[in-house]
Write a protein of this length. Structure first.
Length: 235
């Protein structure tokens, strides 16, 4: 097995090899990483995420285990389905397709969004077959799968292109993403009802300094105070 590490840090597993080892790749908060698996599948990991994968795929299927959020461009191979295991009970099975899985522990739901191709999502006894632009949603901890139609996939995968992009989301969802990317803790000096009432739509670069981003959000009527590695959301 030949492993190439490019100047940008990207890992590329090329060629065959008889010995199968398993690697786990983790990104820190504020990090993003790309890896090409031995079958040619490309995986992008968002901040504070992880993937466990074999150095070479053997047998009748291709299986990886992921945590948190990853974007997959799966190399087509109808004879060997590609399966992503998420936690203990959820899995996503494909032959060759493009999709995103978001499963942050502090989010209330796990979301699988199909960009291109087709995927079959399993959670316990529940199963959904997704078409492009559809999303499978399940509560953290399990439960029935829910289908969301006409998902804006460009918004879902904006993180890969260096952006935060939101459409009518609540303030807590926004601040969770900011906390992960800038590696800061978020505290709320504001009543819970106010958090639910405030909805945000917008697109912001992930390359700007935290203070600049908070200033942009301040123009939308929100107030913040930064103390060290903690951001206070103010009334």
């Amino acid at each position: 097995m030949k492993v190439n590490k490019r100047s940008d840090g990207h890992l590329d597993y090329a060629g065959g090899g008889e010995v199968v080892n398993f690697n786990t790749l983790r990104t820190r908060r504020g990090g993003l990483y790309e890896v090409t698996l031995s079958d040619g599948t490309q995986v992008w990991l968002n901040a504070a995420s992880a993937i466990t994968y074999p150095t070479v795929f053997r047998g009748h299927d291709r299986v990886v285990q992921m945590e948190v959020e990853a974007y997959f461009e799966v190399a087509a191979d109808t004879a060997r389905p590609f399966r992503v295991q998420v936690g203990d009970s959820m899995s996503v099975a494909v032959a060759g397709t493009v999709f995103d899985i978001m499963a942050y522990k502090d989010d209330p739901e796990i979301k699988t969004t199909l960009v291109r191709g087709a995927v079959r999502v399993h959670e316990g006894i529940s199963e959904l077959l997704l078409r492009p632009g559809e999303q499978a949603v399940v509560a953290q901890g399990g439960g029935p799968l829910r289908l969301v139609w006409k998902t804006d996939t460009a918004v879902v995968v904006a993180w890969m292109n260096g952006y935060f992009e939101f459409q009518d989301i609540d303030l807590q969802t926004l601040m969770r993403q900011i906390g992960r990317w800038y590696d800061v803790d978020i505290t709320y000096d504001v009543h819970f009802d106010q958090l639910k009432l405030k909805r945000i739509t917008g697109k912001f670069s992930r390359t700007v300094r935290l203070e600049s981003l908070l200033n942009e959000l301040g123009e939308e009527g929100m107030r913040f105070r930064v103390e060290g590695t903690t951001v206070h959301v103010l009334p």
